[in-house]
Design a protein around this ligand. Sequence first.
Ligand SMILES: C/C=C/C(=O)SCCNC(=O)CCNC(=O)[C@H](O)C(C)(C)COP(=O)(O)OP(=O)(O)OC[C@H]1O[C@@H](n2cnc3c(N)ncnc32)[C@H](O)[C@@H]1OP(=O)(O)O
Ligand SMILES: NC(=O)C1=CN([C@@H]2O[C@H](COP(=O)(O)OP(=O)(O)OC[C@H]3O[C@@H](n4cnc5c(N)ncnc54)[C@H](OP(=O)(O)O)[C@@H]3O)[C@@H](O)[C@H]2O)C=CC1
Length: 447
Amino acid sequence: MTVKDILDAIQSPESTPADFAALPLPESYRAITVHKDETEMFAGMATRDKDPRKSIHLDEVPVPELGPGEALVAVMASSVNYNSVWTSIFEPLSTFGFLERYGRTNELAKRHDLPYHIIGSDLAGVVLRTGPGVNAWKPGDEVVAHCLSVELESSDGHNDTMLDPEQRIWGFETNFGGLAEIALVKSNQLMPKPAHLSWEEAAAPGLVNSTAYRQLVSRNGAGMKQGDNVLIWGASGGLGSYATQFALAGGANPICVVSSPQKAEICRSMGAEAIIDRTAEGYRFWKDETTQDPKEWKRFGKRIRELTGGEDIDIVFEHPGRETFGASVFVTRKGGTITTCASTSGYMHEYDNRYLWMSLKRIIGSHFANYREAWEANRLIAKGKIHPTLSKVYSLEDTGQAAHDVHRNAHQGKVGVLCLAPEEGLGVRDEEKRAQHIDAINRFRNI
Ligand SMILES: C/C=C/C(=O)SCCNC(=O)CCNC(=O)[C@H](O)C(C)(C)COP(=O)(O)OP(=O)(O)OC[C@H]1O[C@@H](n2cnc3c(N)ncnc32)[C@H](O)[C@@H]1OP(=O)(O)O
Ligand SMILES: NC(=O)C1=CN([C@@H]2O[C@H](COP(=O)(O)OP(=O)(O)OC[C@H]3O[C@@H](n4cnc5c(N)ncnc54)[C@H](OP(=O)(O)O)[C@@H]3O)[C@@H](O)[C@H]2O)C=CC1
């Protein structure tokens, strides 16, 4: 039995759940990994020069043992998230520390502590096997998986599953991730695959869409409302391309920040009107490595007022971090919210706290999404209210190049990876709904 037999079953319209259940599992499969004995390979290099193509490998690995409440999924497609870039450059920490820590928690979790880390936090595919106690899913189900892995043995996470003390991001803080032909997930990560999308389109939104949903829309995040002015950094990037759609769909007014005319054009085609090209306008929020320039914050704020008819920002959708955070706090209106989920340009932020307390602003930390938020975010994709922003699609072999593109900010929207799927465009089950949304689905393709 090989993965080829699994693919044949998936591609045959006659396959039944019983056929999938009867398929023997292969002994091994191909997976994208980083290696524990290479964690020092970039020591001393500048972040920008660390090259994921050197640290990312395609290996043949054994199929992991299946535990209670878990599922093995045949992965048709996955996508590149920035967390895989962080893993591949071993910043801010080597992710092997996460696997070791997880491995110490219980007997079954020891499986995750290996000398290789199979990365990837998105997938679209087909359930192969479910472990004891799984009733909601069965072999043959077409699924996507969100990346929240929780144990839920502590009451801390019972109201909001992101608050579980054993909260981990699958494929980043756990092993057996989605950039592979087979993945191991907890069955509570599974959600129905949107029927009008191909495998690679369905695999693209998961992580960033759910994150943007919590950070911007959910009451656990900024709780955006109609008419809000929302400043969106990287508005055509992974997170930003979904934040922009949520702002537009929710009756808010996105002020999109991008770094090229081409990216400005994509935002315009999504329906945004207020767009700032940060490269063309040359903002330099830092005079040097240690000194910010409040005059530049003001110039940026003035530009926002020009675009909004004199209004300031209700919500900042933050993730660049150190480079932009001082400006983000400054341009927020009295009582407004800065919501942050990352620090791509540096995590030691500096801002003028007088503008925060005197104007009663709030900073909200946000991370991925709880079970329910991830489900709601996927539901919006399935309903055709929010669309994938897939631009380019790579083969599993070329994942290193795909991660390199994202690291260098040479990509648009989301970058997809074909795992078992032999070509793009497969897996669409609802052609009628697809036809209704085809322009939006293809908006980011091949740009
Ligand atoms: C969905 C996608 C998401 C993304 O893409 S996010 C971007 C990628 N992710 C990242 O870059 C995040 C990477 N993660 C990290 O950098 C680290 O993960 C953290 C900095 C978040 C945490 O580091 P840690 O080493 O896990 O935690 P500590 O708090 O620095 O150290 C743990 C020790 O500190 C003790 N401690 C914790 N809180 C307190 C306290 N309040 N008072 C005193 N001690 C405390 C603990 O007990 C423990 O101790 P003991 O080492 O002895 O076991
Ligand atoms: N905590 C969480 O749950 C999550 C955190 N993240 C983190 O969020 C960050 C962004 O992820 P994602 O959106 O997928 O990445 P992308 O690279 O796809 O998009 C980020 C965009 O931000 C803009 N940007 C990058 N650097 C700067 C800068 N110095 N100043 C201003 N704008 C900048 C760029 O757009 P442009 O050049 O057009 O301005 C870029 O396209 C990563 O660090 C990631 O790890 C992501 C998802 C979930």
